[in-house]
Design a protein around this ligand. Sequence first.
Ligand code: ADP
Ligand code: MG
Length: 297
Amino acid sequence: MPRTTQKTSAPTRGGMTAAEPAEIQRLVEDLDGMLSRLRLGAIREQLDGLLEEAARRQLNLREALAWICAAEVASKEQRRLSMAMTIAHFPFVRTLEGFEFEAQPSIDPGKIRDLGTCRWVANGDNVVLLGPPGVGKTHLEVALGREAVARGYTAQFTTAMELIGALVKAQQQGTLEMRLAQYAKPKLLIIDELGYLPLEPEAGHLFFQLISRRYEQGSVLISSNRPVDEWDEVFGDQVVAAAILDRLLHHSHVVTIRGDSYRLREKRRSGLFRPQAGGSSSAGIGGVAPPIPAEEV
Ligand code: ADP
Ligand code: MG
């Protein structure tokens, strides 16, 4: 459908008014075609409204052009954002604004807000989140991942089990190289829930290959319910664990969360569970938490 013309009346030129509606029609169609060809879909869709608004605001030509271009830029950015969020495969939507810092006093809000600026992603640093179940590790991973995507970085969320399963399968099928390249690609790779199940030494070695592939190239954001000094048990091999930690912690920010499960907080409040003993604190790089009790019922 050709676009209807603006409410401008055609100028009269010595009795030649009969040809003018057709001329305007052609101009509208030409413009429509050019906007399509230039892939300026938002301008094409909203042109009438944009022109009317520009006229209403009495913008000069340059201002009007900028106003119209801004609509296209906003629309393209919105599309990029929603595409990148889809590709990232976040399991749910969580934000830093939605994180209650009062509920988790072992976390330094300043440190998390600083991580929210994503300078660490720009630098290719890693972030390691340690803590028992339910304290907000996945929440923070998703929130920080979304911040990174919003700032134009590519991100991918996966669980340790999913990642290792894919690598093991790829190795069996002779496509390991391709898989490693795929996981090395996003600027930020988020690996959730390392340590829930111990890994076979072979799986640990595949994990090492991935970490060394990404080393100093792209960031890894990883969470675990096991303190790093127990990772040799997680990987089933002390040497592999040490090699992984060496690369992961080299340029890294470690956030150790101690405290109660947020999930069980309400239940505890209602008297269903007794509160856990012990306070909360945070550790810096290389900080090692005490053994984390098994939790979640
Ligand atoms: P973990 O990954 O450490 O097991 P989650 O991030 O899955 O914990 O948190 C469990 C649930 O509680 C999620 O829905 C999460 O959004 C919520 N949650 C955890 N901590 C907080 C918090 N401090 N503020 C708001 N919601 C939280
Ligand atoms: Mg989790």
